[in-house]
Design a protein around this ligand. Structure first.
Ligand code: PGA
Length: 250
């Protein structure tokens, strides 16, 4: 039985003045032990957030593939662990677009995170042009093929399917489209790692909100959500955790 996971991605948002949102989110999440929740915050906020979050996991949004070295401006997995991070997002489409990251980078970053005991949320997803050209399935399968780290296992790796055209746009695929793509991803994972793929969580991401979380999270093979904009305040994020909890409670 896969527990639902509601993961927030604060992207380049978050100053210390917003720690009170994290406090409120953590407090609400504690009242729903039947689901998992976490927040990936900017590097600069990890230590302070981890300190107030206690056993609620705080994560990062990127990691360098090397453990140390001459990589100006980069942050290693060991540094994240020391700051208090428990998990890291790799292969997010904004990094693919803005920093020219490839699936190979995601693969190497996931491996680095794993070496140091971090959980990993590995993102995949097609662009609007790829979607419109009917190439989404092939693109996503190829991303998984190239980025799935060695030793991929459900206890440390989570997949996030995020169609790029749905991120921050208010647009979402139909529930049928989400179900189809999640089934395709699960089948691909089974082909690569066998039956343990049945226990691996596959999150949906892209314009998830309190209004649509209930229907999206009820879709077969959707094991949670990766949430950007709606994770920034407790007001918006807690209803998504509640929607997941409601489904978990049956
Ligand atoms: P969004 O972002 O919820 O703001 O669409 C999702 C993501 O990029 O992870």
């Amino acid at each position: 039985m896969r527990r639902k996971l509601v993961a927030g991605n604060w992207k380049m948002h978050g100053l210390r003045s917003q720690l009170r949102e994290i406090e409120a989110i953590v407090a609400a999440a504690r009242t729903h032990p039947e689901v998992d929740a976490l927040l990936c915050v900017p590097f600069t906020l990890i230590a302070a957030a981890a300190e107030i979050a206690g056993d609620f996991p705080i994560g990062a949004q990127d990691v360098h593939e090397n453990d140390q070295g001459a990589h100006t401006g980069c942050v290693s997995a060991q540094m994240l662990v020391e700051a208090g991070a428990k998990v890291v997002i790799v292969g997010h489409s904004e990094r693919r677009a803005d920093q020219s990251e490839t699936s190979h980078h995601a693969w190497a970053k996931a491996a680095a995170a794993r070496r140091h005991g971090l959980g990993v949320i590995l993102c995949c997803g097609e662009t609007e042009a790829e979607h419109d050209a009917g190439r989404a399935e092939r693109i996503v399968q190829s991303q998984i093929e190239k980025s799935l780290p060695d030793g991929a296992a459900p206890d440390w790796l989570t997949i996030a399917y995020e169609p790029r055209w749905a991120i921050g746009t208010g647009k979402t695929p139909t529930l049928d489209e989400i179900a189809t793509m999640h089934a395709i991803i699960r089948a691909k994972l089974r082909g690569m790692i066998g039956s343990s793929a049945n226990d691996m969580r596959i999150l949906y991401g892209g314009s998830v909100s309190g209004a649509n979380a209930g229907s999206i999270l009820a879709v077969e093979d959707v094991d949670g959500a990766l949430v950007g904009g709606a994770s920034l305040t407790a007001d918006k994020f807690v209803p998504i955790i509640e929607a997941a909890a409601k489904i978990a409670a049956g």
